[in-house]
Each structure stands twice: as C-alpha cells, then as structure tokens.
Design a protein around this ligand. Structure first.
Ligand SMILES: [Zn+2]
Length: 182
C-alpha cells in the first residue's frame, strides 16, 4: 500500500523549499537516508529515498513489517494525488463544507486540467455559490488532493496516527493523507 502526506494550499513557488525542509527533518530523524536511490524520470514522479534506521519506529505502530519495507518519494509540482475513489464520492466545498451532489465532481474535474497546466483554476460551489481554487477543495474520503507537494510512503507499513501531524508541524502547513493499495 502507499500513503501520501499532501501539503494543502502550497503555492507553487514554495513547494521546493518545503520539500527540502520536510526531507531535512526526515533525514535528521533517521526516517530516511539522504541520498536518493532513484531520481525523477518517467517511472518516478520525484526522487526516492531509502528508509533509514528509525523508519519503522518513527512512522508506524505495525512492528511486524515496520523496519523491513518501504521507501519515500518526494513529489513537487502540481499533481493530482489520487486513489480509486469510493463509489459516488463527492467533493467538499471549502467555504460551506457541503458535499456537492450531482455534477459537482465533473464541474471540478473540468477545471483540474486547466489548473494542472497553468496553476489557475476556480470552481463555483453549486450549494453556496462561493468560488474556490482547485487545490482548496477536499473530498469526503480523501481520495483526491490537488497540490504541489506530497511525501509518498511507498510499500510502507500503515502510518501511525500523529505522524502526519508531526510532519505537518515541521512544514508549518495543514496536510491530508491520500492512501491506497498499489
Ligand atoms: Zn459551498
């Protein structure tokens, strides 16, 4: 399985700096090693770092596999982080917290492509009429997140409750987790 800790509302120009800050902390804590084992290419969306000596102890409560599996990929640049969505999963308006029915998701996805290309994309909420930028929208089950920063724990044991908050504090931004099976 994989879990991505996604930075929310990260300006494009801040993504590289925040990625470096998060990575420096993860290395200092012994969670990953500093030298990337794979760099971004057609296969990887970002550089991949091998797990460090404290990987299992720091990220998971599942000690059966904690130390033996997984590595970290750091993704920067506008990305649709996603897993197969729950049936009829609805986008949630960041202004009125309504899960938008009907064409809400199509309305949003019509704009996502433009946001990916240009960084600009506004979506009007069918419930309150408020306009929000693409990366501000959430989903009922966190099956999607639109952002310029993500830390993907590949093949990793389940992240401990609280680890995301810890990383969030280091980055000093809110985060969410998109998790799924490989
Ligand atoms: Zn709304």
């Amino acid at each position: 399985m994989f879990e991505t800790v996604v930075g929310l509302d990260v300006p494009d120009e801040e993504a590289g700096r925040l990625a470096q800050r998060g990575l420096s902390w993860l290395v200092a804590e012994g969670i990953v090693l500093p030298e990337s084992s794979y760099d971004a290419d057609g296969t990887y969306e970002g550089p991949v770092y091998p797990r460090g000596p404290a990987w299992g102890a720091r990220i998971t409560d599942d000690l059966r596999y904690g130390d033996t599996y997984g590595d970290l990929m750091v993704v920067t640049g506008r990305t649709v982080f996603h897993v197969p969505p729950e049936e009829n999963e609805r986008p949630v308006c960041p202004r009125c917290s309504t899960a938008v029915e009907g064409t809400g998701s199509e309305g949003l996805f019509a704009v996502v492509e433009a946001w990916m290309a240009t960084g600009v994309g506004d979506v009007r909420c069918a419930a309150c009429g408020g306009v929000s930028r693409v990366p501000e929208w959430r989903w009922e089950h966190d099956s999607f997140a639109f952002s310029s920063l993500g830390f993907t724990f590949w093949n990793a044991p389940p992240l401990r409750a609280g680890f995301r908050e810890e990383l969030s504090r280091v980055l000093d931004i809110p985060t969410c987790v998109v998790r799924g099976k490989l």
